[in-house]
Design a protein around this ligand. Structure first.
Ligand SMILES: Cc1cc2nc3c(=O)[nH]c(=O)nc-3n(C[C@H](O)[C@H](O)[C@H](O)COP(=O)(O)OP(=O)(O)OC[C@H]3O[C@@H](n4cnc5c(N)ncnc54)[C@H](O)[C@@H]3O)c2cc1C
Length: 130
């Protein structure tokens, strides 16, 4: 039995699950895709990574005017994408760690679809990946 079932492990769902658990509720969080939702995997985080990369390129291009000769900067799109993906994974890992840090939280398994369940049974919290 759960006091609170949260559908979706985006920023809103994770916040609701953590707050529910903090208040002592037995919480189940279900995510059908990737923990972190749009924000972490397609929105805020990758956008910020691309924005940062564009900023680096812009600064390098104008650095010569300040006497810094770094050669002509070259954008390698695949590496920018890889960096953005790694950034998303780092943030998602942080969310996962916060769920796992709930009292007695632990990862007990994971299926292809990456769904997540965070629950508490009696005094024990459990984080499961299904
Ligand atoms: C390009 C872009 C840039 C953005 N930049 C910013 C920014 O800089 N700052 C900012 O504050 N916001 C930004 N946003 C908005 C931000 O991404 C959203 O506000 C945020 O993701 C909403 O969070 P959410 O948890 O409500 O929903 P979502 O992030 O959409 O998460 C919903 C989750 O629910 C899951 N789900 C849905 N249905 C089910 C189901 N039936 N069963 C199980 N799971 C389900 C989905 O898989 C998903 O993981 C940006 C969005 C985009 C697209």
């Amino acid at each position: 039995m759960a006091d609170l079932v949260v559908v979706g492990g985006g920023p809103a769902g994770v916040a609701a699950a953590l707050e529910g658990a903090r208040l002592g509720a037995q919480v189940v969080l279900v995510e059908r895709g990737l923990l972190g939702g749009v924000c972490v995997h397609a929105g805020c985080i990758p956008s910020a990574a691309y924005h940062t990369a564009a900023g680096f390129l812009h600064e390098l291009r104008r650095a010569g005017a300040a006497g810094i000769d770094a050669g002509p900067p070259r954008l390698v799109w695949e590496r920018v994408q890889a960096w953005a993906s790694k950034t998303s994974e780092t943030v998602a890992s942080g969310l996962r760690a916060r769920l796992e840090a709930l009292p007695q939280g632990r990862v007990v398994g994971r299926r292809k679809n990456g769904g997540a369940i965070c629950s508490r049974s009696g005094a024990a919290y459990r984080v499961a990946w299904r």
